[in-house]
Design a binder for this molecule. Sequence first.
Ligand SMILES: CC(C)(COP(=O)(O)OP(=O)(O)OC[C@H]1O[C@@H](n2cnc3c(N)ncnc32)[C@H](O)[C@@H]1OP(=O)(O)O)[C@@H](O)C(=O)NCCC(=O)NCCS
Length: 373
Amino acid sequence: MTFAALTGWGKCLPPAILSNEDLSTFLDTNDEWIVQRTGMKERRVSHVPGLMLSTVAAKRALACAGVKAEELDLILYGSCSFDEHVPNTASGLQVAIGAKNAAAMDVNTACTSFLYGMSTATAFIKSGAAKKVLVIGVEHISKFMDWQNRNVSVLFGDGAAAAVFEASDQEEGVIAERLHCFADARQSLRVRGKGASYANVGILYGDTRWDFDGQEIFKKAVTGMGEGSVEVLKKAGVTIDDVGVIVPHQANLRIIEAVVKRAGATMDKVHLTVAKYGNMSAATAPVALVEALEEGKVKPGSLVLIPAFGAGLTMSAHLIRWGGRTTPKEVSDAELPPCERSALDMVRELMALKEPHARSEAALMGARFVEAG
Ligand SMILES: CC(C)(COP(=O)(O)OP(=O)(O)OC[C@H]1O[C@@H](n2cnc3c(N)ncnc32)[C@H](O)[C@@H]1OP(=O)(O)O)[C@@H](O)C(=O)NCCC(=O)NCCS
């Protein structure tokens, strides 16, 4: 039987840090509220496009696996803030790393995009359709943020991570998974301003308004991630005590605590990044996984539980059996170009660019999108 081993991992965080204090210089918010309600202290703002973040992450993951880019059969590029839609961004990454023999596909399930990509990579490898697959989770969400809206703008950050999956005859990689979508609640997170519904109606591209029902998402996240975790443990015939480390999606510390309780675990089993990176959507879980590896929290042969959720509302839960290696084969020297500006300056610039277009508000709220049913 063929399995899909996770053999390479790499992350890329843009260096500019936006603190809670920075946010309180232009929003009616404060450090105490953000820390108490979310567990977040700071997040990153990227000075380069998402493709550049993912290129660095991909080169680091390939070096870690000891795999050459030409050996890749498939690239899965998980994001909801693509640099452009046509051509797809996966093809841009193919060029950037020289993966000339690969197929290239974008995946968008919002915050769970990397994890849906991981399931797709595993299925391609298990079916024999591919032997080596690169999966990306990346967001440049600061570009699409409605910065004046404190309900959402304190929650998100930019980042990227990548993983290499290879065919193996050892039982490793994803051993149980649950993918689902609470589509009835899809209205609870909608970014107005992105997509064809908003084209040619007088809206500046990138000027967004977020429909966001945080409490509804909170409830669905706890239910979905909690039940998904229990289900994958059952499918694999193991208990939570057999899990070495839990690497959840990190949208809110309180969500993580509730999910971990439902799964029957304690917080000492969880790798947390929420305080320093916030919610990087598709990049969140893979960045946390890479950090857990770097900090020695993933042991050879151990089980890693990854519950996640995102807009849609999509959910996922994966149980990974780790292989024998938890350190990189090689280390890449890929780096981002230096960043000359502060995160706050970049955010102020984004807000200033949108200011003259405030009149697009009516168009944004009035634009029609078609709902099925
Ligand atoms: C968004 C979230 C942090 C809000 O926390 P909450 O405890 O539900 O807070 P509420 O929405 O009830 O808001 C409480 C009050 O704080 C205010 N508030 C909201 N954002 C604020 C901010 N950044 N600073 C200060 N006050 C804020 C609200 O206006 C509200 O004020 P009111 O009581 O006077 O109306 C929480 O619901 C959450 O984490 N949701 C899920 C996260 C998510 O959806 N992530 C994206 C998908 S992955």
